[in-house]
Design a protein around this ligand. Structure first.
Ligand code: HEC
Length: 97
């Protein structure tokens, strides 16, 4: 019994760290970010600011900072996870750092 429990434990923790679980988590992040972005972030600018030639965000760190800055301007109550999800989405879709 104890052995069985241990092996179940070992296989689920393996699963949690597997590349598949990571990919799944990334898809969730992306979808959450996309939705939050669509709801809150296309009021002042469209997504063309992320692709214009003169875009000023040049790194992942700068992207996270800018997302936070714009979010603070908006005054929406986002958790860090929401901000992170939007930064992840913008990076996957537009910036590709
Ligand atoms: C209150 C208006 C406003 C809202 C709402 C807003 N932004 Fe912005 N955002 C700006 C302005 C102004 C700029 C600078 C545009 C410029 O320089 O032409 C900007 C620029 C950006 C940039 C940098 C683009 C570049 O040049 O690389 C990112 C990224 C960004 N916003 C993300 C977001 C996200 C994510 C949200 C939703 C949380 C959001 N914005 C909502 C006003 C806003």
């Amino acid at each position: 019994m104890k052995k069985l429990f241990l092996s179940i434990f070992a296989s689920t923790s393996l699963l949690m760290f597997s590349p598949f679980a990571q990919a799944e988590k990334n898809i969730e992040l992306y979808e959450h970010g996309e939705e939050a972005h669509q709801t809150h972030c296309v009021k002042c600018h469209t997504s063309s600011v992320y692709t214009r030639e003169t875009r000023f965000v040049k790194s992942m760190e700068a992207l996270s900072k800018q997302v936070r800055r714009c979010k603070d301007n908006l005054g929406v109550a986002w958790f860090d996870e929401d901000t992170e999800a939007v930064a992840h989405f913008l990076n996957e879709k537009y910036y590709k750092f």
